[in-house]
Design a protein around this ligand. Structure first.
Ligand code: PGA
Length: 251
């Protein structure tokens, strides 16, 4: 059985004092045993804080993006090696907010995915359709094209032990969620797409759902066969809510 994974995506929220309270409450509230791994992806300036507070705990940490370049004259960018230097296990790649607001292309997303892998960081590759694309029945075409763009560059072996997050754009931060059946259909399609290249890699792939996951809907979403946990935005900032989501994954 695949291990479940719940990842908090703090986005551009937090300050040292709040982060400390949140992370300490998270660590002390997590169940001692279970089949669920937990991680938080924090803003870059707080990676050192996450590292010092989480290093001796079962909670992993990561970044929300990274540069596709190894080093050089890229003002404002952060490399994969720098993330590794702060103990990051994960880096989110291709979040829809990065694609929509900062113009990240499929080619850049693929390059970032590879850069993370080179540094030993597990990329969490985000894919997902807009409402207009869903309404015109393009969901699977959009999601598979986003996936193929990375598969073609990185190769299927780069997805071994990997993480993909299906995040319908229309469900992010809106309070709308895909129904469990809608999400499961896309997750199954993602796994099938990978299986067409390598069945063992597909079987081990953790496919997370993201988009308004809350304590109240997490259980039914995580009960789907191809949903291996969640990428949680807003609810990851409220420790009781996030803990309840982690517990829902554990069932
Ligand atoms: P949300 O965000 O849970 O606030 O909808 C999810 C995400 O963008 O990763």
């Amino acid at each position: 059985m695949r291990q479940k994974l719940v990842v908090g995506n703090w986005k551009m929220h937090g300050c040292s004092a709040d982060n400390r309270r949140l992370l300490q409450a998270l660590v002390s509230g997590l169940p001692a045993a279970g089949n669920t791994a937990v991680a938080v992806c924090v803003p870059f300036p707080y990676l050192a804080q996450a590292q010092s507070l989480l290093a001796a705990t079962p909670v992993s940490w990561g970044a929300q993006s990274l540069s596709e370049h190894a080093q050089g004259a890229y003002t404002g960018e952060v490399s994969a090696a720098m993330l590794a230097d702060f103990g990051c296990r994960y880096a989110i790649v291709g979040h829809s907010e990065r694609r929509a607001m900062y113009g990240e292309t499929d080619a850049q997303v693929a390059a970032k995915f590879v850069a993370a892998k080179v540094a030993g960081i597990t990329p969490i590759l985000c894919v997902g359709e807009t409402l207009a694309q869903r309404e015109s029945d393009e969901t699977l075409a959009v999601v598979t094209a986003q996936l193929d763009a990375v598969l073609d560059v990185a190769g299927v072996a780069a997805f071994a032990g990997g993480v993909v997050a299906y995040e319908p754009v229309w469900a992010i931060g809106t309070g709308l969620t895909a129904t469990p059946a809608q999400a499961q259909a896309v997750h199954a399609a993602i796994r099938a797409r990978i299986a067409a290249r390598d069945t063992a890699v597909a079987a081990g792939l953790q496919i997370l759902y993201g988009g308004s996951v809350k304590a109240q809907n997490a259980g039914e979403i995580f009960a789907q066969a191809d949903i291996d946990g969640g990428l949680v935005g807003g609810a990851s900032l409220v420790v009781d809510e996030f803990l309840a989501i982690c517990q829902a994954a554990n069932r």
